[in-house]
Design a protein around this ligand. Structure first.
Ligand SMILES: CC(=O)SCCNC(=O)CCNC(=O)[C@H](O)C(C)(C)COP(=O)(O)OP(=O)(O)OC[C@H]1O[C@@H](n2cnc3c(N)ncnc32)[C@H](O)[C@@H]1OP(=O)(O)O
Ligand SMILES: CC(C)C(=O)C(=O)O
Length: 515
């Protein structure tokens, strides 16, 4: 293995599963293991065989099915744990046993109730026991982040002499700070006489939100294995996230000068799989795999990305398995992104003035709604194009009241041929009351033939798009209106239909006039 390669050791199925609520069945673990193998993860820690019969079976099943990654089981520094791990790993192509014992004063004194000398003896015994089963021995100094450096040097030297091939330095409780952790790694590598006989690994927890930073700092100072999990799943605040580690190494190759074998295009599919199996959703702003990781809403950013993607993107969405980056239209968006999306939708305006009107309406809508979807744009543009109509009727204000047990009532103010009128009516529902109030003022004598409401997109902040079909003297028109408030959308649609039915331009049947 090249000295510039970092081994990616995934522990989603072991430490990840220690996340309260993240227990997985054997079949689920196998599905994740297959995804990790496809991603070309070097080592998959499949479980802790001693933990339960179910975990034993999971390790065994993964060992039997996965051929391209090394399969590993955790084991305490106890013969029974080690033998159980070896038993589960029998079917594996390449097997590793990961044995550990705590090395910090607080763990040795209060948890293990052992002296430091006893801990060294047990570690050496455990490593030798593992060597009786497999060549590939990993030894971890649990709580290394709070262990004394001199003691770490002693126990690691002894473990390497006993046959450990990988030495893992876990920051078990997420206590380390990057510059200090990288100094620890560098000291261990420099001071332990046989350090060159093993690969040094790190396993960082995220209690202070520093798991990835500490892991990368360690890599910069000579660690060549990183233990991590998909989506940063893991005990308490989680482990270092695989996707962040791998992409930091890839993106900052200029600085770190190391590589991994991971096929990064498998990151997003695997993240989704883990999230759907565990039920732990990924926060939208999570690096790499969050829904917003490659989404831009701010106009200045969108403009920059449209002109030259790298202005605001340090990675390509496609490289981590997204289809593409995303321009989200919202209230922070600018004219350039708005125009670009309309062009993609095949919508063009004849003049800049027309575009400006549509953009103004878009900003008004965006103030009411979080995200503007393509369907919103289409409704908005058709509204803008309708605005070419001579508006004999214009909605000034509207108040609709409904309460259980009471008859709904609406007060509507319209501008009709330049002057304002107000009417109030009761109805079977607020929309019925509105239509009656409008008709009271318009006196159109038109017949309502159809009223339909559609949510333009999902979510309760979706725009309602209303269609109102009116008929008068054999002429039929379809009016439409869109708004986040469906009562207002209904009034807009009715008024639009009134304007159409009284307009010379729409004398034909609506289908013929393409209304
Ligand atoms: C930092 C980490 O993530 S370490 C991995 C943590 N993961 C887990 O614990 C999940 C799986 N664990 C389990 O299913 C159970 O704890 C088991 C099966 C391993 C052990 O269960 P039990 O035998 O009932 O022991 P229990 O969990 O109550 O206590 C742990 C015992 O292991 C001892 N122990 C802890 N770590 C080690 C070690 N590395 N080597 C040897 N003994 C150890 C403890 O001192 C304690 O011993 P004691 O019973 O003599 O006091
Ligand atoms: C067993 C070790 C590696 C561990 O999970 C930890 O210390 O967090």
């Amino acid at each position: 293995m090249s000295e510039n390669q970092v081994i990616i050791f995934d522990t989603t199925l072991r430490d990840g599963e220690q996340s309260p609520g993240a227990s997985m069945t054997r079949e689920e673990k196998l599905r994740i293991a297959r995804a990790l193998e496809k991603m070309r993860v070097d080592v998959i820690e499949a479980g802790f065989a001693m933990a339960s019969p179910g975990d034993f079976e999971s390790v065994k099943s993964i060992a039997g099915h996965i051929k391209d990654s090394v399969i590993c089981s955790l084991a305490r520094a106890l013969d029974a744990d080690i033998d159980r791990a070896a038993e589960a790993l029998k079917p594996a192509n390449s097997a590793r046993i990961h044995t550990f014992i705590a090395t910090s004063p607080i763990h040795m004194q209060y948890k293990l109730r052992m002296t430091p000398e006893q801990v060294i003896d047990q570690a050496v015994h455990a490593v030798k026991r593992v060597r009786n089963h497999v060549e590939d021995v990993e030894f971890s100094c649990e709580d290394a982040g709070r262990s004394e450096l001199d003691f770490l040097c002693r126990i690691i030297e002894a473990a390497i002499n006993a046959g450990a091939k990988t030495i893992n330095i876990p920051d078990t409780v997420g206590y380390a700070i990057p510059h200090q952790f990288s100094e620890t790694i560098s000291q261990l590598l420099n001071r332990i006489p046989n350090a060159d006989k093993a690969v040094f690994s790190v396993h960082c927890h995220n209690d202070l939100g520093l798991a990835v930073a500490n892991s990368i700092a360690a890599v910069a100072n000579g660690a060549r294995q990183v233990e991590c999990t998909i989506n940063g799943l893991g005990e308490r605040a989680g482990n270092a996230s695989l996707e962040e580690i791998v992409m930091a190494i890839k993106t900052r190759h200029d600085l770190l000068n190391v590589d991994t074998k991971v096929d990064t295009t498998q990151i997003v599919p695997t993240s989704r799989l883990v999230s759907s199996i565990t039920g732990f959703s990924v926060q939208p702003n999570k690096a790499i795999v969050g829904a917003n990781a490659f989404a831009h809403e701010a106009g200045i950013h969108q403009d920059g990305v449209l002109k030259h993607r790298e202005t605001y993107e340090i990675m390509r969405a496609e490289d981590v398995g997204w289809n593409a980056n995303k321009m989200v239209l919202g209230k922070h968006s600018g004219r350039n992104a708005f125009r670009a999306r309309l062009v993609e939708l095949g919508i063009e305006f004849e003049s800049d003035a027309e575009l400006a009107v549509a953009f103004g309406k878009f900003k008004e809508l965006a103030d009411k709604k979080h995200e503007i979807y393509d369907e919103d744009l289409q409704a908005l543009v058709s509204d803008t194009q309708h605005s070419e109509l001579v508006e004999n009727y214009r909605l000034v204000s509207l108040e609709a009241y409904s309460k259980t047990g009471e008859t709904p009532i609406a007060h509507v103010t319209l501008e009709i041929d330049g002057s304002e009128q107000t009417a109030s009516e009761q109805g079977d529902g607020p929309v019925d009351a509105i239509f009656k109030a409008i008709e009271k003022m318009a006196c159109s004598n038109a017949n309502l033939q159809l009223y339909s409401v559609n949510a333009i997109t999902g979510g309760t902040d979706s725009q309602g798009e209303v269609t109102v079909r009116l008929e008068r003297d054999g002429r039929i028109v379809n009016g439409s209106g869109a708004d986040t408030d469906i009562v207002i959308a209904s009034a807009k649609a009715y008024i639009n239909a009134l304007n159409l039915i009284t307009s010379d331009a729409y004398r034909a049947h609506p289908q013929a006039a393409d209304v």
